[in-house]
Design a protein around this ligand. Structure first.
Ligand code: GDP
Ligand code: MN
Length: 364
């Protein structure tokens, strides 16, 4: 789950990471009531990267300009995402822009802290052109994360001595947030030094681990509240053949079958291992919500998933949707019972996935 910038900055504030003064406005708010007498930055609260470049960051220096820019943002889509909220911040006099992030390095199996004095731009670009400007530190999670580690990082980056303490303190607190919230990534880009030498997190990104949600109370966060909780992995795509499989590998292979037949998948839907009839029913209903779907390709290799359970789910849903075109390929645990259930309801099945795919496309 991704947090909005204003949500991430609220967390920063609570933890003592300095953020610019700000207030939040929503689309339905009456902006004429807002008094404004300083330069501000209007920041669209969308969950896409590269907002600035996509026109999601605007500036205003008086009330009229502020209302005009806010309306402009509310009427805009940033990389396809509608703007519902705008974070209005005091505009700070930026002297320097730094970069800091913490991610999970899956290869090293450790958190990785990345710091660079080249902030404000894409870090990928810095990595390519000035790799020596990037400092990386793998955290040993078996040892306490002590302040000297953060100081070591900023000293490596050769920060001037008057900045070392303040920037190191932010890195130290950022790691605390990363660890305590079970984040998969936290980022401040840019971390700014103002003309007066003050340090602020001018932007804030926090991605939380959905699988750790049970350990936390995430209810307050917008994306969490709006998220549909599905008991399977579902990714909507732009084709017209819904692909349902069990296991990510088999589902991906099923998508290949559809692609090889010259058609495009409408989704990737992995019902996972051991799915029962109820999950299969929910999965079919989910794909049928997408009005582009012309046919459904169901590919099940029974292991802990039982073919009879899958068949029961299919039968239930197809009773309600007699006109939908589909193909079933089913093998493995309780295959015979599963097939019998399908046969009793006149539902054809295949043992070869290529064959099942071909038969489906032929019907369309
Ligand atoms: P992003 O494009 O989604 O990463 O949005 P950011 O919040 O990082 O803002 C993009 C850019 O806008 C920053 O790199 C700054 O150059 C500029 N910006 C943001 N806030 C301020 C501010 O308070 N003062 C000034 N001068 N520029 C700002
Ligand atoms: Mn940014």
């Amino acid at each position: 789950m991704k947090l909005h910038e204003y949500e991430a900055k609220n967390i920063f504030k609570e933890c003592g990471i300095p953020v610019p003064e700000s207030f939040l406005v929503s689309k339905e708010d009456d902006l004429t009531n807002i008094d404004l007498n300083k330069d501000v930055v209007l920041k669209a609260q969308v969950l896409v990267g590269g907002r600035g470049k996509a026109g999601g960051i605007l500036f205003a220096s008086n009330k009229e300009e502020f209302i005009k820019k806010a309306e402009e943002l509310f009427n805009k889509e940033i990389k396809g995402e509608k703007v519902e909220k705008i974070l209005v911040e005091e505009k700070l006099p930026i002297e320097k822009e730094y970069y800091v992030s913490i991610i999970v390095d899956r290869d090293a199996k450790k958190p990785l802290i990345i710091f660079s004095t080249e902030g404000g731009v894409d870090i990928e670009e810095v990595a390519e052109k000035n790799p020596e400007k990037i400092i990386k530190y793998h955290v040993d999670i078996k040892k306490p994360f002590l302040p000297y580690i953060a100081r070591w990082i900023v000293k490596e980056a050769k920060l001037p001595s008057n900045e070392i303490g303040k920037v190191a303190d932010i890195i130290y607190k950022l790691y605390k947030i990363f660890k305590e919230l079970d984040a998969t990534m936290v980022e401040i880009n840019p971390l700014i030094i103002t003309k007066n030498g003050d340090v602020y997190a001018a932007d804030a990104v926090i991605h939380l681990d959905d699988d750790a949600a049970f350990k936390h109370n995430y209810e307050g966060f917008e994306e969490y509240k709006n998220k549909e909780k599905l008991p399977f992995a579902y990714v909507e795509l732009d084709g017209d053949i819904a692909v349902i499989g069990n296991g990510a590998g088999l589902t991906l292979a099923s998508m290949d079958v559809i692609n090889n037949l010259g058609r495009k998948p409408a989704c990737f839907l992995d019902i996972g291992g051991g799915a029962e009839a109820e999950t299969v029913k929910l999965a079919l209903k989910k794909v049928l919500e997408n009005k582009n779907v012309k046919g459904i390709f169901i590919n099940i290799l029974g292991g802990i998933t039982r073919c009879d359970e899958v068949a029961k789910g299919i039968v239930d849903v197809l009773k309600e949707h007699p006109n939908i075109k589909f193909a079933v390929r089913m093998m493995g645990t309780n295959e015979e019972i599963g097939r019998k259930i399908l046969e009793e309801h006149g539902i054809p099945y295949e043992t070869s996935m290529e064959e099942a795919g071909r038969k489906l496309i032929e019907q369309l």
